[in-house]
Design a protein around this ligand. Structure first.
Ligand SMILES: Nc1ncnc2c1ncn2[C@@H]1O[C@H](COP(=O)(O)OP(=O)(O)O)[C@@H](O)[C@H]1O
Ligand SMILES: [Mg+2]
Length: 368
């Protein structure tokens, strides 16, 4: 694509009437634009494909390929669909504005042409184009920065995990080999070390999963599978922890989904882990998994009757490290829901919730 500055741009005029062509050509060239011209639709398509202009002024009434048809074809082609098209029409032509917009035109100019009007309409489109290009370039930059950050998180959490393992090994050795030689205070300190490093390990693990869930290191493999079976397996692990009282689990059987099984499992582990955690102090804890058929779409949900939260304070819920409960009440890192959101969105789905303090929380999601 051409680089365009203020008052510059590469414009293609398509009109089967040579006088019209000449008039517009002169007007626009005098304004400093670079102008090319062709006499019919076929030529226009060829020229655009070889060297795409920044803007096309396209006559509607032309023999063979009319303007609407040319426009449709350009819009159907990925390489030319972003080029703005302004239609040209004579006042006495049967000109259908609605069709002009429907086929993808951005504006129209009626003949006889008025210099000021033509220039304003052309300049409007070109300045829009400039802004779009700037935005695109900014987006590209942002994407790169984001990718770098992701790679960074991935690396850092990986390295930290290795170092933490070494620390863990040393405290383990201290405990095993020297504990009898150490007085109570030192033993207490070692216990702190162990607890802290366990917590650090959780954070690192969660961060690693977060970066894994959104990074391009991991390609998605799409399969159809029975999500109910996975949910059952995750839940079975909760119930064997002896300190946790038996909970009621209601799982809709045979809920089939299509997606990356590994990633979706991580998402469900997080949602169920939350449901489990936030019902820990509930009288008769109940956790539900199932699906709702809404029009064309299936909505999946994980529902609990735990402590819930205030939806009004939950705007940042899916942002990493954002928690609505204190670590003393319910331990956690605040990374889980961010991970879930990334996974759902990578599948082209959406996630949202419904919650109320002391009534529990329901997380809903779709998978594209
Ligand atoms: N089922 C739930 N019931 C109540 N609060 C929840 C539930 N799920 C998530 N939350 C709130 O959202 C916060 C973020 O969740 P998450 O990212 O999984 O972090 P973590 O579980 O480590 O605290 C939680 O700390 C909690 O305040
Ligand atoms: Mg969590």
């Amino acid at each position: 694509m051409n680089h365009i500055n203020e008052n510059q741009g590469d414009i293609l005029i398509v009109d089967d009437v040579p006088e019209n062509l000449q008039l517009l050509f002169t007007m626009l060239t005098e304004q400093g634009y670079e102008v090319r011209r062709v006499l019919n639709g076929k030529q226009a398509l060829n020229v655009v494909r070889v060297e795409p202009p920044d803007l096309i002024l396209l006559d509607i009434k032309m023999p063979e390929l009319d303007g609407y048809e040319v426009c449709k074809r350009l819009k159907a082609d990925e390489t030319t669909q972003d080029i703005p098209i302004i239609f040209l029409s004579a006042l006495n032509d049967t000109f259908d504005k609605v069709t002009a917009f429907e086929v993808g035109g951005v504006d129209y100019i009626t003949k006889p042409f008025q210099l000021q009007e033509v220039i304003i309409r052309v300049e409007n489109q070109l300045s829009l184009l400039r802004m779009q290009r700037q935005l695109k370039a900014k987006n590209k930059q942002l994407e790169l920065v984001n990718q770098e950050l992701e790679a960074f998180t991935y690396r850092v959490s990986h390295d930290l995990r290795n170092h933490l393992n070494i620390l863990n090994n040393i405290t383990y050795l201290l405990n095993q080999k020297y504990s009898r030689k150490l007085d109570d205070v030192v033993q207490k300190y070692i216990q702190f070390l162990e607890e802290e490093s366990e917590r650090m390990g959780e954070i690192i693990e969660d961060l690693w999963r977060l970066s894994e869930s959104k990074s391009n290191y991991v390609n998605m493999v799409l399969n159809s599978f029975n999500l109910s079976v996975i949910v059952r397996k995750i839940i079975d692990k909760f119930n064997i922890e002896p300190e946790i009282k038996q909970k009621e689990f209601i799982i809709e059987p045979d809920v089939y989904v299509r997606g990356d099984q590994g990633l979706i499992k991580i998402a469900l582990e997080n949602l169920l882990d939350n449901a489990n955690k936030f019902t820990a102090k509930t009288e008769k804890p109940r956790i539900e998994f199932g699906q709702l058929k809404k029009k064309e779409q299936t909505v999946y949900f994980v529902k609990d009757n735990g402590v819930g939260f205030d939806s009004k304070k939950a705007a940042q819920l899916f942002t990493p490290f954002h928690r609505l409960h204190s670590n003393e009440d319910f331990a956690g890192t605040g990374i889980g829901l961010a991970t879930v959101k990334h996974i759902i969105e990578r599948h082209g789905g959406r996630i949202w919730y419904d919650a109320e303090v002391n009534w529990g929380a329901t997380f809903y999601f779709t998978l594209g």
